[in-house]
Design a protein around this ligand. Structure first.
Ligand SMILES: Cc1cc2nc3c(=O)[nH]c(=O)nc-3n(C[C@H](O)[C@H](O)[C@H](O)COP(=O)(O)OP(=O)(O)OC[C@H]3O[C@@H](n4cnc5c(N)ncnc54)[C@H](O)[C@@H]3O)c2cc1C
Length: 352
């Protein structure tokens, strides 16, 4: 087992922030993952707690490490492989790049994840926050998630229902946070299916740029739209040194929204978001609208961090620190709360 010490974490993330990991291992097989977890269980921390702290890292596109790094073991998942069968069942190993999986599906004429083109990160992280964009989310097509229990080291499979998917969340992000390492994700895609074109911005773009609307042309359209917003990671684009959207769209009771709207001179964008178990109607607000109308514009700078010039929800690193980016996030959250009485939830995972 090749455990390395004192490894810089910033280069392993898209926002390029954070100090060093005291221990780090790359896992290219599921056996490597089990061995790394055993190592962590067998090595006590100086403070005497049972086991070394462990953090699981995929593509690092939704992760912000603390400036003073991580005192524990980073398990970097690098397992590769994609298989698909004639009925449209596609399985991706956790460390496979997500966009590679989308490309594979499109080349094999499998519909269901084409709108998720260009999202950075690994396939294994997609169930964690039920990755979504442009009218699709992975919860619509995932049929199975295979994982290893971090405590017992046993393998376990979850059905779609088991995962408790909801908007940008799942059991892996909430009730079972840090309990499992996802090893593979299986999707049920539609052979020779038609692309999903329901997101208004995508529909309008496709109508003019690619009226024949194949899976490939919808992928191209999504990539074009995403690049305009710096939502595709590229070394040539300083506005993509980010975690994508820093805040999720708030979901609040419709009654609370109506009260808010009454006191606002602007028409606040809102979308139906189902209801709670007790029947309370919910609506989703646009985090981007709230941020902009609370006074935070695209291109804003705070020291060495700021807001992307191309997307008001993307906080970007311009040679700054985690402390600076979290201070800006807090400033935005506080101002939105004071202005609209709405709490913005952070989307990236902060690891310290
Ligand atoms: C420019 C940009 C655009 C983005 N656009 C979108 C978008 O359109 N839609 C969207 O939903 N997200 C978007 N994101 C966020 C991000 O890409 C996704 O959340 C992605 O799924 C994170 O994958 P990752 O492998 O990089 O995860 P990481 O950042 O490595 O990890 C994120 C979390 O998942 C956990 N995790 C990772 N792998 C595993 C595993 N195998 N088992 C268990 N837990 C694991 C980690 O421990 C951590 O808690 C964007 C990010 C960027 C930088």
């Amino acid at each position: 087992m090749n455990i390395q010490n004192n490894i810089p974490l910033a280069p392993l993330t898209t926002i390029k922030l954070g100090g060093n990991a005291s221990q780090y291992i790359t896992c290219t097989t599921n056996e490597d993952i089990v061995a790394a977890l055993k190592h962590a269980q067998e090595h006590n921390l100086p403070a005497g707690q049972a086991g070394l702290r462990v953090h699981v890292l995929g593509g690092g596109s939704n992760t912000i490490f603390a400036d003073n790094g991580f005192n524990g073991l980073i398990i970097h998942i690098q397992t590769k492989g994609i298989t698909a069968s004639a009925d449209g069942t596609l399985t991706a190993q956790a460390g496979e790049g997500w966009d590679t999986v989308v490309q594979y599906a499109i080349v094999n004429n499998l519909a269901g994840i084409e709108c998720l083109s260009g999202i950075p990160g690994s396939a294994g992280a997609t169930p964690f926050q039920n990755v979504g964009a442009y009218g699709q989310e992975v919860a619509e097509t995932i049929i199975r998630v295979d994982a290893i229990n971090r405590q017992t080291l046993e393998q376990i499979s979850f059905t779609n229902t088991d995962c408790n998917f909801a908007y940008r969340t799942s059991r892996f992000k909430t009730t079972d946070r840090d309990r499992y390492i996802i090893t593979s994700v299986t999707f049920s895609l539609t052979p020779n299916g038609t692309p999903t074109i329901k997101y208004p911005e995508l529909a309008a773009f496709v109508a003019t740029s690619a009226p024949e609307a194949s899976l490939a042309s919808v992928r191209d359209a999504v990539l074009t739209l995403r690049k305009k917003k710096s939502m595709v990671v590229g070394s040539e684009d300083p506005n993509s040194i980010s975690c994508g959207s820093f805040f999720t769209n708030p979901i609040i009771a419709l009654s609370a929204f109506n009260a808010l709207q009454q006191h606002s001179a602007d028409k606040i964008p809102n979308y139906p978001a189902g209801n709670t178990e007790d029947g309370t109607l919910l609506c989703k607000l646009s985090a981007a609208w709230l941020v902009e109308h609370a006074g935070f514009s695209k291109g804003l700078e705070r020291g060495n961090v700021g807001i992307s010039q191309n997307h008001s929800l993307a906080l970007i690193n311009k040679g700054g620190t985690t402390q600076e980016i979290l201070a800006l996030a807090q400033e935005i959250q506080d101002t939105v709360q004071t202005t609209f009485g709405v709490k913005l939830e952070m989307e990236p995972i902060v690891v310290d």
